[in-house]
Write a protein that binds this ligand. Structure first.
Ligand code: BTN
Length: 242
């Protein structure tokens, strides 16, 4: 594992992707930035992170599983971050909010942006970008519900130490995809935010009362209404109403 630290960059994901184009770095190469001038979130969102306060980094991976199994990578990374946070903050309730967030109760503490390049049925590379709110206590963007580790525990954390532990936990779960994928699936399902609870959602534009029953291998969310049928939802089709 090699870590390179940048005082400032546009986005660690963009930096890592450019680097792969130039000289294919080894697997588990990590780019960390103290500050991103244009941190990216899912869809057109930006990622807010104050200079030197949080972890913003990207990991270069070359997964050797089939491209149509790409959502298991998202699952392993999500479980890894969740497992790490639950260890650091044993009294907090940490959940995985489909498709790419980690929540503490009803607030977002971490976001994941995975950018895959696929060739035919296999991966050319995967860049796994992670933002974790650590010591920041004031947030200014319009993100609805941010929270940080310090806001929960009152502790000011050392970022280097946290990063080492977080990476170890993530790699443990990433390697488990190859050896025991079922364990990753189980841990993901167990930690899924709002699993089997009835809540309001907006699906394909209409409001419904429904419960999440899991995800399928393609990463679609499975939702059931009281009318019965299971609805498969893709990324842009479902909004969680808080
Ligand atoms: C989201 O919540 O929509 C995903 C946020 C991902 C943010 C991280 S910070 C490090 C990496 N570099 C980026 O530009 N984005 C990811």
């Amino acid at each position: 594992m090699k870590i390179i630290r940048l005082p400032e960059t546009e986005s660690t994901n963009s930096y890592a992707i450019k680097l792969i184009g130039k000289n294919r770095p080894a697997e588990e190469y990590v780019v960390v930035a103290s500050y991103q001038t244009n941190g990216k979130g899912l869809e057109a969102n930006t990622w807010e992170s104050e200079r030197d306060k949080n972890l913003t980094f990207s990991i270069v991976l070359y997964p050797d599983f089939a491209a149509d199994q790409q959502f298991i990578l998202n699952k392993a990374i999500s479980v890894g971050i969740r497992d790490f946070l639950q260890n650091e903050m044993p009294r907090a309730e940490i959940a995985i909010k489909w498709p790419n967030d980690i929540y503490v109760s009803d607030k977002k503490i971490s976001g994941i942006l995975i950018q895959n390049s696929l060739v035919g049925t296999s991966f050319e590379y995967s860049v796994v970008g992670i933002g974790l709110n650590v010591n920041q206590t004031l947030f200014f963007s319009n993100a609805p519900n941010p929270v940080s580790m310090k806001m929960i525990t009152g502790i000011e954390y050392g970022l280097d130490d946290l990063l080492t532990k977080l990476l170890q936990t993530i790699y443990k779960w990433y390697n488990q995809v190859k050896t025991e994928p079922q364990k990753v699936e189980e841990a993901y399902k167990k930690a899924l935010y709002r699993l089997m609870e009835w809540h309001n959602y907006e699906i394909k534009g209409s409001k419904i009362f429904a419960k999440i029953t899991g995800t399928n291998e393609y990463g679609q969310l499975l939702i059931e209404t009281d009318a019965g049928p299971i609805i498969l939802c893709d990324l842009k089709e479902v909004k969680f109403l808080l």
